[in-house]
Design a binder for this molecule. Structure first.
Ligand code: PLP
Length: 435
């Protein structure tokens, strides 16, 4: 593929980066390996926009993979980070910012009787799984195909996000023993879950699920899916882990799984609660969380966990959501999905657009897209042409066909409407040479 939409400065920076960083990037989904060409190097972000190293401005529809709920550099968050940084960057001792952020999170997710901050979503999931195994004395973890829960060994099995796009069912370097302790079920298939639990329910320590799948594009759960998973999981004496690293605080205040028929025992959070700084968290009922050190026998620690600057950022972000925030996000998502559908129709490019709130999944397939198998029918070559067409028209989309497109409160319907011609050019590019 010869498409390359990056400017000369990004290209030069990428050449230099590749001499010291593996593949020039610190996370493979940023590498443009799925769409071809050179990744844009970002100089700065302002509200809904990002500006690359060549000084070109783009409407940002990645938003740090969902972490930026309020767009780039929201002033109250930046002010809080500045103030916290002046007071010291890290102590390795408790500071009141940690329990203040925890109190604020618990106000919106009351089942978090106790929680612990860590530094990434991966770490939150890894720790929640350790708690589930410690609490049940069992080893098996159940996940759903196309779900992504971070890069811990045991869950790099039929994952979504970068793992899916790379077309690998698995990762090298994962011990077969770790992979064998994970069972993968199809998402949105209650009957398959019933069959599995009838045979092996008593081996299961935990079921982990993204309540709305967001790492194979957006795939919302069927009405009876999460309630069935909940019933089977609890009937088998296993813990239900709601992985809300994307969905937490994005679709409503707090977590989304209670509105979808599930009662999780443990919840994992990340992305938005750090407002763009490295933060993750896990928590749940006291009877499980009090198994964690120093109260209980399950060890889990972190030199930079509860970092004061990161805590200040999270607290400021959660405080900076006026009433109406989630209505605005809903309107942004609806406008974005409508634009994508209508411009695709106009260009006669068959697409399926799945959406919940400000999370939009665009699939180059007639659909419907209800699980990993149907998500993977999205045509990658068409996505690559669409992606580069969009980039040239000033729209920055996920550089991979299996990812969620995120709006922020700054991606307003009127800004989106102003970009209609840009979307039109992107779909024209998608249609060219397409079958
Ligand atoms: C992003 C993500 C993770 C991993 O979080 P990192 O901070 O990238 O380690 C885990 N679960 C879900 C659902 C995610 O979207």
């Amino acid at each position: 593929m010869t498409l390359d939409s990056a400017g000369p400065r990004s290209r030069a920076l990428f050449r230099r980066a590749r001499r010291v960083l593996v593949g020039g990037v610190d996370s493979p989904v940023r590498s443009f390996a799925q769409v071809g060409g050179t990744p844009l190097f970002i100089g700065r972000g302002e509200g809904p926009w990002i500006v690359d190293a060549d000084g070109r401005r783009y409407l940002d529809l990645v938003n740090s993979w969902g972490a930026n709920l309020l767009g780039h550099a929201p002033p109250p968050v930046v002010a809080a980070v500045r103030a916290a940084a002046r007071d010291g960057l890290s102590f390795g001792a408790p500071s009141e910012r940690e329990h203040r952020l925890a109190e604020r999170i618990r106000r919106e997710i009351p089942m978090l009787e106790r929680m612990r901050f860590v530094t990434s979503g991966t770490e939150a999931v890894m720790s929640a799984i350790r708690v589930a195994r410690g609490a049940t004395g069992r080893r098996r973890i159940v996940k759903f195909a196309g779900g992504y829960h971070g890069h811990l060994d045991g869950l790099l099995v039929r994952g979504g996000s970068g793992v899916a796009s790379a077309g690998r069912a698995d990762s090298a370097g994962v011990s077969p023993a770790a992979a064998r302790e994970t069972s993968v079920l199809p998402y949105n298939d209650p009957a398959a879950a019933e069959r599995f639990f009838r045979r092996r329910g008593d081996e299961v320590a935990a079921v982990i699920v993204e309540p709305i799948a967001g790492n194979m594009g957006v795939v919302p759960p069927r009405d009876d899916f999460l309630s069935t998973v909940d019933r089977l999981c609890h009937g088998a004496g296993a813990l239900l882990i709601a992985d809300e690293v994307i969905t937490g605080f994005r679709l409503r205040r707090g977590a989304v799984h209670p509105t979808l028929g599930a009662r999780a025992d443990l919840v994992t959070l990340g992305k938005i609660i750090g407002a763009g700084l490295p933060v993750g968290a896990y928590g749940g009922a006291r009877r499980f969380m009090d198994l964690v050190a120093p109260v209980g026998p399950i060890y889990q620690a972190g030199t930079l966990a509860g970092n004061p600057v990161a805590m200040a950022a999270g607290e400021a972000l959660l405080a900076a959501r006026p009433p109406g925030t989630y209505r605005e996000l809903e309107a942004a998502g609806a406008t974005l999905a409508g634009l994508l559908q209508s411009e695709a129709d106009r260009a006669r490019v068959p697409v399926t657009v799945n959406r919940r709130g400000s999370m939009v999944g665009l699939f180059f397939t007639p659909g419907p897209v209800t699980d990993f198998a149907s998500a993977r029918t999205s045509d990658r070559a068409t996505y690559a042409r669409f992606f580069h067409g969009a980039l040239r028209a000033g729209l920055y989309l996920p550089p991979s066909p299996m990812e969620t497109i995120f709006a922020s409160t700054r991606t307003t319907p009127s800004i989106l409407e102003q970009q209609r011609v840009a979307f039109r050019r992107a779909f024209a590019a998608a249609a060219r040479g397409g079958g």
